[in-house]
Design a protein around this ligand. Structure first.
Ligand SMILES: NC(=O)c1ccc[n+]([C@@H]2O[C@H](COP(=O)([O-])OP(=O)(O)OC[C@H]3O[C@@H](n4cnc5c(N)ncnc54)[C@H](OP(=O)(O)O)[C@@H]3O)[C@@H](O)[C@H]2O)c1
Length: 266
């Protein structure tokens, strides 16, 4: 059993931490600077407050960075000097992952999570890439848990981030396009006619639109950074970045829901 640090227990980090804790690992987090919502998720997940980032880094064999994509680089900078395995599991471009790998050193493992916060087996995968030894050691931590860890052997050091970007390019990019199409139709006075036509020729779109609207209302503000990471990924891969810069604009129109703002933990 290992001691593992989670930076930080958001919706995904807390669920990943809970999976590790249920498997018998000691899972640490740091309350300092985090909100009451994060503190309550960490408690519910059975995680232990290390008291400080330094203490977490001294005690942990593995650190998992699971935070907003915009914060991935600063979380890695704050962990500089950590001598265990550092996993960045955020939705970031392969270029940003390479920058973080450079900062962290040889014990960097790249990660990308596909699926919802894992509660039961079969829903969620943690893809891993990089040096096969550390990547396999990280995957082994999740044996028997609700999170399926898969090492992408032989695909390059930042393959996990590349896969996450390509996957989310479609799921979230197409959600943004659907929302924008419906809003454009409403602005142009053809909202009802569009829905009637969809009912006849694209009947699956009503359910997709409802799901896209619900997800964007809850999490759209958080996806702005992820869409920009995908735009940068596309451009580096010779594809147009404009799709996902536009998707970032669509999601930026969804404010952070009331009550979801960070309140410092007391
Ligand atoms: N949720 C999902 O369904 C899902 C699915 C696949 C992948 N992921 C990936 O998982 C990562 C985290 O997503 P999430 O849904 O767990 O996000 P989240 O619920 O918003 O949690 C983010 C966590 O990071 C902390 N945080 C916020 N701003 C920070 C900053 N500037 N510096 C350091 N920490 C900060 C938050 O603490 P406070 O409470 O103090 O703000 C919170 O504990 C993302 O990279 C995302 O792409 C999530």
């Amino acid at each position: 059993m290992a001691t593992i640090g989670v930076l930080h227990p958001g919706a995904m980090g807390a669920a990943v931490g809970a999976a590790l804790a249920q498997a018998g690992h000691e899972v640490l987090w740091v309350a300092a600077g985090r909100s009451a919502a994060t503190a309550s998720r960490a408690r519910a997940a059975g995680l232990t407050d290390a008291g400080s980032l330094d203490a977490l880094l001294r005690s942990s064999a593995v650190v998992l960075s699971i935070c907003p994509p915009d914060a991935a680089a600063s979380v890695a900078e704050a962990a500089a000097g950590f001598d265990g395995i550092y996993v960045d599991a955020n939705a970031i471009s392969p270029q940003r992952a390479a920058e973080i790998a450079h900062l962290v050193g040889p014990a960097y493992v790249d990660g990308g999570i596909v699926g919802p916060p894992p509660q039961r087996p079969g829903t969620t995968r943690l893809y891993l890439s990089g040096d096969p030894g550390p990547a396999r050691a990280v995957a082994a931590l999740f044996d028997g848990t609700a999170l399926e860890a898969r090492v992408l052997d032989g695909h390059g050091a930042t393959a996990a981030s590349a896969l996450k970007m390509a996957y989310a390019a479609w799921t979230k990019g197409s959600a943004a396009l659907l929302l924008a199409a419906e809003r454009a139709a409403a602005a142009l006075g053809v909202h009802d006619a569009l829905h009637e036509e969809w009912a006849r020729s694209q009947p699956e779109l009503e359910a997709r639109l409802a799901a896209a609207g619900a997800s964007a209302a809850a999490k759209g503000w958080r996806w702005v950074g992820e869409m920009r990471e995908i735009a940068a990924t596309f451009e580096a891969a010779g594809q147009p970045g404009g799709f996902h810069r536009a998707a970032a604009d669509v999601f930026a129109a969804f404010p952070r829901p009331a009550g979801d703002e960070p309140v410092p933990a007391s």
